[in-house]
Design a protein around this ligand. Structure first.
Ligand code: ADP
Ligand code: MG
Length: 258
């Protein structure tokens, strides 16, 4: 029985994502005099999912944007598989790091298919046929191949967010960053997006997920990171953080959101 279950694990790894580890080392960032990140150390192993939680304004979005170099840290380093990204070309880097935002940012005048093929054509320089094949595959992965010819406006918010995820996945990212990907969705649409994210995690994608969905964090995260005022106040396995929060600030935060 044991060899059978390890066989299954191998099969999943074999079809899974090629992911890299992500680390930040003592990352500081200020907007003017506003010190928003005050020495962030993060360590997310290959294929692991870290859920970042914390009050509004604590620096969660800024941290994600710093990881894919939409923002430059004033101090500190960001590493993918142990290699600093700070001297890498930002455009090349962003092809290795997929990002999904609260607002899906799909182009309304283009079909779903074209939304997904656009970056494949322009950044990866794929032929029309190659891009279409890849895009259809990833629309299939998110369950929306049948919507390929629709405009985004004809889709529900949850479907639009799944298209945005397909668009990111089609670029073969090594890491996925999610910034409150379900916060703009009607409650009944949240589940479909979260279960897609849980599937990605199970298939070995490295993910850093900023979320208010504590159920998701509890079930899917390898590590929960609680940020407050630009610092990581506590980080650890979900059972530890949720069942036995050590700091008063996390206790207070959890009492407000749970
Ligand atoms: P969170 O995502 O945890 O809610 P953010 O990272 O968005 O927090 O914001 C942290 C702080 O940084 C806030 O005080 C916010 O006003 C400030 N901030 C975020 N982005 C900018 C920006 N582009 N320019 C100036 N201040 C910003
Ligand atoms: Mg935010």
């Amino acid at each position: 029985e044991r060899s059978q279950s390890s066989g299954v694990a191998t099969a999943v790894t074999g079809t899974g994502y090629e992911s890299v580890s992500v680390a930040t080392r003592d990352v500081h960032l200020a907007f003017g005099r506003n010190q928003v990140l005050r020495g962030i150390d993060l360590e997310v192993g290959r294929g692991e999912t870290a859920c970042v939680i914390g009050p509004s304004g604590s620096g969660k979005s800024t941290l994600l944007r710093t990881i894919n170099r939409l923002l430059e840290p004033d101090q500190g380093d960001i590493l993918l598989d142990g290699v600093s990204v700070l001297d890498q070309d930002p455009d090349a880097l962003r092809q290795r790091i997929g990002m999904v935002f609260q607002q899906f940012n799909l182009f309304p005048h283009m079909t779903v298919l074209r939304n997904v093929t656009l970056a494949l054509r322009q950044l990866k320089r794929l032929s029309r046929d190659e891009a279409t094949e890849l895009a259809l595959h990833h629309l299939d992965v998110v369950g929306l191949r049948h919507k390929a010819d629709a405009r985004p406006g004809r889709l529900s918010g949850g479907q639009q967010q799944r298209v945005a995820i397909a668009r990111a996945l089609a670029m073969s990212p090594r890491v996925m960053l999610f910034d409150e990907a379900t916060s703009a969705l009607d409650p009944e649409l949240v589940k479909g997006v979260l279960s897609l994210m849980a599937d990605l995690a199970a298939q070995g994608m490295t993910m850093v997920v900023v979320t208010h969905e504590m159920g998701f964090a509890r079930q899917v995260a390898d590590q929960v990171v609680f940020m407050d005022r630009g610092r990581v106040v506590e980080a650890g396995p979900p059972a530890e953080l949720f069942e036995a929060p050590r700091s008063g600030r996390l206790q207070q935060f959890l009492s407000q959101v749970l």
